[in-house]
Design a binder for this molecule. Structure first.
Ligand code: NAP
Length: 314
């Protein structure tokens, strides 16, 4: 029996079936089976698992697993749940996802730059008032995270004329973008940003990184966009910074608990825009082709693209 590929997820049957249909079309010589329908023999034979939020207990049953391909770019939950002994994990690195995220960063940067929350508020109060226009070059957008997504977002913002700066763990060179690293670099980025965009992975180092002390390093009245993971921000500290006017607005696409709980103060907050984790959805078609290329390449050469560094957490 040829080794089948296991598809392991905690999504709905319909969503799983659709993924398998698109993946099978991209990999016509492979057999991709939903984990639940696999026999004990098939589970023993599987060397590759394609996963979307899998149950770690299911992964543990695939004894011959050589590597895992995630259908998502963010692998923080997978890393936490599978632990250090997990087989190598390849995450989704899709130029289309980077394009969609860069589009979202630009869209919500414009939302803040062109004062849409304030004009919406004025409309609700029947206030006819013109706010001062700021040229993009006079607005500094600071990106936290200059990886696959952050780099594209930085380029898009820079092309749109915003003064763009960025921060990452290792030093990065991006034309037209001033870049920082290290703790002093973060302090500088926070001090200069009018709009701060978070595209950091959630790791032991970034959990709670944006807290009251960091908010107080920012310009009074600056705003924040979080498209990364909810737990990078300390929610209570964010609410305090908004109440004090230290921050003027937060666009939040991600939350510690999703869906956002009904009782969350963010829902009704006049200075918070709540989005339901939609900034960069995976595109099934482009993702399936990238997964297929990686699987074909491994079958032919035994090599994998860069895998997740489990000790770093991303
Ligand atoms: P990535 O390629 O791994 O890039 C991560 C960036 O963060 C890198 O520049 C990295 O620095 C930097 N970084 C990590 N830890 C750091 C630290 N402690 N201090 C400073 N910089 C640090 O990840 P990506 O593909 O761009 O994705 C980023 C995150 O976006 C994902 O982890 C996920 O949480 C989120 N995401 C959200 C959505 C959504 O719809 N909202 C969709 C997809 C992804 P180095 O360059 O030096 O390594």
């Amino acid at each position: 029996m040829a080794a089948p590929i296991a598809f392991v997820s905690r999504t709905t049957d319909a969503n799983e079936a659709e993924w398998i249909r698109v993946l099978a079309a991209a990999l016509p010589t492979e057999t991709i089976l939903p984990f639940r329908s696999m026999s004990a023999e098939e589970r023993d034979l599987a060397e590759i698992a394609i996963v979307a939020n899998p149950d770690p207990a299911d992964i543990a049953q695939l004894k011959g697993l050589r590597w895992i391909h995630s259908l998502w770019a963010g692998v923080e939950r997978l890393v936490a749940e599978l632990g250090a002994d997990a087989p190598p994990i390849v995450r989704l690195t899709d130029p289309e996802l980077s394009r969609v995220m860069a589009e979202a960063v630009l869209a919500w940067t414009y939302y803040l730059h062109r004062d849409m929350p304030a004009y919406r508020d004025h409309q609700s109060k029947r206030i006819w008032a013109e706010l001062e226009y700021r040229h993009p070059q006079d607005v500094t957008v600071g990106l936290m995270g200059l990886g696959t997504l952050g780099t594209q977002a930085a380029k898009r913002l820079q092309q749109a004329g915003f003064h763009t700066i960025g921060w990452s763990r290792s030093h990065k060179v991006i034309e037209g973008v001033e870049t920082f690293s290290g703790d002093a670099g973060l302090t500088q980025l926070l001090a200069e940003s009018d709009i701060l965009v978070c595209l950091l992975p959630l790791t032991a180092e970034t959990r709670g990184l944006l807290n009251g002390a960091r908010f107080s390093e920012m310009k009074t009245g600056a705003s924040i966009i979080n498209f990364a993971r909810g737990a990078v921000i300390v929610s209570d500290d964010l609410l305090a910074a908004l109440a004090e006017g230290q921050l003027s607005h937060a666009v939040l696409d991600v939350f510690e608990k999703e869906p956002l709980e009904q009782e969350s103060p963010f829902w009704q907050h006049p200075n918070v825009t709540v989005l339901p984790h939609i900034s960069a959805p995976t595109n099934r078609q482009t993702a399936a082709h990238i997964v297929a290329d990686n699987i074909r390449s491994w079958r032919q050469t035994g090599t994998l693209p860069a895998t997740v560094d489990m000790s770093r957490g991303y």
